[in-house]
Design a protein around this ligand. Structure first.
Ligand code: ATP
Ligand code: ATP
Ligand code: MG
Ligand code: MG
Length: 268
């Protein structure tokens, strides 16, 4: 940047460097997607094409940044886990949040137009995402974070599935809402089964569990203390991260300890 007498204004800028050696989770969420989904006639309760677009956009972001170890997404949101030692953009919070939100917005737009040639994005209703970063100090809270998001997916999906099937049966949205007020999970399962002939267990896993994208290492070696690694060793590590295949799952990551145990690189 060229020197000038105006340069002092730079001192007004403040940067937050996310605490070192902690897990960074960046969550992006679509702005006003309730309206967005109406505008583009999403299938209710779940539009599979729209979920595919979300997953393709998120996969592209993982492919771009090898510091991302896994991601979890459902509805109009995605959470990206960055490894503890990640030094991407010096861990600058604003840089990371704005970057992830804009990557999601532009890739979403790109894949939408590719996947849905019959309902192209119009300038009146473009997909935009906000982003936030949260740091988690240990693996336990990190796991609880992902459990929180997956439980949210389950609760919303059970509600939406029951709600929309009641509406499809002829109830008005108000009547369906009234009927579901104060019900617990087992009530909704029963309403679905008895009144709509639907066994919730048979719904698609992607709807019930959301989507997990994860880097899968073939021959993972436990890392020694990263601070003591030479730059060559770090480069080699980075290479193996880049090489690791990214896989997609729709499984329970709340109760299944083995899912996490099998992937020690997520903890490291
Ligand atoms: P960073 O990711 O750190 O912002 P950057 O490459 O975007 O890196 P900037 O300081 O933002 O760096 O500078 C933008 C650069 O983009 C300019 O130096 C110039 O090379 C190029 N550029 C931007 N707009 C134009 C334009 N209209 N015509 C020609 N070059 C442009
Ligand atoms: P905000 O800007 O505060 O995030 P929002 O309208 O996006 O507001 P969310 O709580 O993020 O609210 O909820 C997203 C909404 O988008 C869902 O409630 C649902 O109506 C709709 N939606 C997102 N993805 C899908 C999908 N694949 N199928 C059907 N509806 C969807
Ligand atoms: Mg939203
Ligand atoms: Mg949302």
């Amino acid at each position: 940047m060229a020197n000038s007498k105006y340069e002092y204004v730079k001192a007004f800028e403040k940067e937050n460097y996310l605490l070192p050696d902690t897990y960074i989770v960046i969550r992006v969420d679509g702005k006003g997607f309730h309206k967005f989904s109406k505008y583009y006639n999403f299938e209710k309760p779940n539009d599979l094409k729209a979920l595919t677009v979300m997953n393709k956009a998120a996969l592209k972001i993982l492919e771009k940044y090898s510091d991302i170890l896994m991601a979890y997404g459902d509805s109009d949101e995605y959470s990206f886990l960055l490894r503890k030692k990640c030094e991407l953009y010096e861990r600058r919070e604003m840089k990371l949040c704005t970057l992830f939100a804009s990557l999601m917005s532009t890739y979403y737009m790109f894949y939408w137009n590719k996947e849905c040639p019959n309902r192209q994005i119009e300038e009146e209703m473009i997909p935009t995402f906000d982003g936030r970063a949260v740091i988690y100090p240990n693996f336990e809270t990190l796991r609880d974070y992902f459990s929180w998001r997956q439980v949210d997916c389950h609760i919303n999906n059970l509600y939406n599935t029951t709600f929309w099937n009641l509406v499809k049966k002829g109830l008005t949205p108000q009547e369906a809402e009234q009927k579901l007020m104060g019900t617990v999970s087992s009530d909704k399962n029963e309403i679905l089964f008895k009144e709509c002939n639907i066994n919730y267990n048979n719904e698609l896993e992607i709807f019930k569990k959301g989507t997990i994208l994860v880097r899968e290492y073939e021959n993972y070696k436990q890392q020694s203390n990263e601070q003591s690694l030479s730059s060559r060793q770090k480069q080699r590590q980075d290479k193996s991260r880049k090489k690791a295949e990214i896989k997609q799952y729709h499984v329970d990551i709340i109760n299944d300890d083995s899912w996490w145990d099998q992937r020690p690189w997520l903890i490291e």
